[in-house]
Ligand binder design. Sequence first.
Ligand code: RB5
Length: 144
Amino acid sequence: MERIGICSDHAGLEYKARLISYLLGKGFDVVDFGTHTADSCDYTDYAHPLADAVEKGDVQLGIALCGTGNGMAITLNKHQGVRAGLCWNRAVARLVKEHNNANVLVIPARFVSSRMAVMMVRDWLQTAFAGGRHQRRIDKIPVR
Ligand code: RB5
């Protein structure tokens, strides 16, 4: 079973707890990179450790939440080994794996329901990368 890392800032804290329960119930090994309190905090302090763990192979996949998702996505995608995709519905969550092979799913906790967050995680985990022309495009992502 894959090991999944998860992180949030204060805006994503409650959804993070719900997603951890969901993932543990499905038998996944989950590593929680914080935050662990509702105090206001900086998404960068949690995004970088999650990204490092993905790049090192300590976790195979990651999930990140903040208010809009953009702070997490912008930070995570500074890491060469991370493809973090911001998702707001089930179709986008499936396509971010099928087409972009996103290894981190980013959720805008203030703009989707917690039920939607769980369904997006389920769909993203169940979707396979399509490869082919999509792999060619991914190969062109690194800055030359
Ligand atoms: C926190 O207020 C908010 O700025 C943060 O969760 C996120 O939306 C940033 O991108």
